[in-house]
Design a protein around this ligand. Structure first.
Ligand code: PBG
Length: 331
């Protein structure tokens, strides 16, 4: 008699049994909420390409932080939209820069909230690159190149200014070589030996950052980021990036974006004993939102499935614009 000897459906029979054998569970502790801060007053401006995400001025940030804490979220990552940009991104390391002000404000209002600072120059440079640009002449034409080593000092300065403002974690996203060492040294020399570095270790040159660049006006004015962000085709190189960061003293490793890079999340999880962070980036958010707004997909089900997939792949933490939604769905 033809008879299935393996009956996997036994453990799927009821909701009760399914929950007993469930391997991966999302909790509110898994999520980090990104926030965009800007100068001015009374501002809560929607970001066109990211429905449901806003720019906040500092006064409006209070309400947003209250809502985040009320939902049970433990952590936010801060991005700044400065009013002034220059060649070297000086508003990034100004002790009174928009990010520093936001960190102070958040920590004063919610001391227990874990405030993460994104450490990069692209939001603060007029050319939109993540480091300092060196311009030189090639055949009578001026060519701009991102100067790795000159950028390191500025990035370290930015991290120190963020720690000074009260950032609990420094998250460098610039993809210069040696940035973890430079920032670790800078922090240590300034006395912030206990501030961890969440390194954007494996950051791909991705089209999924489009809506974010709209949000912070950081689209490079010339060229692209392919000389420092990674080629999406490469996986073994991701291991070398992670290895370098571990050797340089990173405390956590990030993979970014997440959806198209689940294999990388899994590999880092298996290879290293550091917490692995997945960044569910702006484009991943916007495409789900757009389809949901058309009524083409069930937003809550799709978001849960996506984030579950990242956690199942090995993410210990997920930075996601859906953090507030997920927190309220989990309540
Ligand atoms: C800064 C930075 C970027 C993102 C986070 N930090 C943009 C970029 O590299 O162009 C993208 C986040 C997102 O798309 O949600 N370097």
């Amino acid at each position: 008699m033809a008879y299935p000897t393996v009956r996997l459906r036994r453990l799927r029979k009821t909701a009760g049994i399914r929950s007993l054998v469930r391997e991966t569970v999302l909790t509110v502790d898994d999520f980090i909420m990104p926030i965009f801060v800007t100068h001015g007053e009374g501002i809560k401006n929607p970001i066109g390409s990211m429905p449901g995400v806003y720019h906040f001025s500092l006064d409006k940030l209070d309400e947003e932080a209250d809502a985040i804490v009320e939902l049970g979220l433990k952590s936010v990552i801060v991005f700044g939209v400065p009013s002034e940009k220059d060649e070297v991104g000086s508003s990034g390391y100004d002790s009174n820069g928009i990010v520093q002000q936001a960190i102070r404000r958040l920590k004063a209002r919610h001391p227990e909230l874990v405030v993460i600072a994104d450490t990069c120059l692209c939001q603060f440079t007029d050319h939109g690159h993540c480091g300092m640009v060196h311009v030189h002449e090639v055949n009578g034409q001026s060519v701009g190149e991102v100067d790795n080593d000159a950028s390191l000092a500025l990035l370290a300065k930015t991290a120190v200014a963020q720690a000074e403002a009260g950032a609990d974690i420094i998250a460098p996203s610039n993809m210069m070589d040696g940035f973890v060492t430079a920032i670790r040294q800078g922090l240590d020399e300034a006395g912030y030996t206990d501030v961890p570095i969440m390194s954007y270790s494996v950051k791909y040159a991705s089209a999924f950052y489009g809506p974010f660049r709209d949000a912070v006006h950081s689209t490079p004015q010339f060229g692209d980021r392919k000389t420092y962000q990674m080629d999406p085709a490469n996986a073994r190189e991701a291991l070398r990036e992670a290895e370098a960061d571990v050797a340089e003293g990173a405390d956590m490793l990030m993979v970014k974006p997440a959806l198209a890079y689940m294999d990388i999340i899994r590999t880092l999880k298996e290879q290293y004993d550091l917490p692995v962070v997945a960044y569910n980036v702006s484009g991943e958010y916007s495409m789900v939102k757009a389809a949901a707004m058309q009524g083409w997909i069930d937003e809550r089900a799709v978001v849960s499935e996506m984030l579950l997939g990242m956690k199942r792949a090995g993410a210990d933490l997920i930075i996601t614009y859906f953090a507030k939604d997920m927190a309220s769905w989990l309540k």
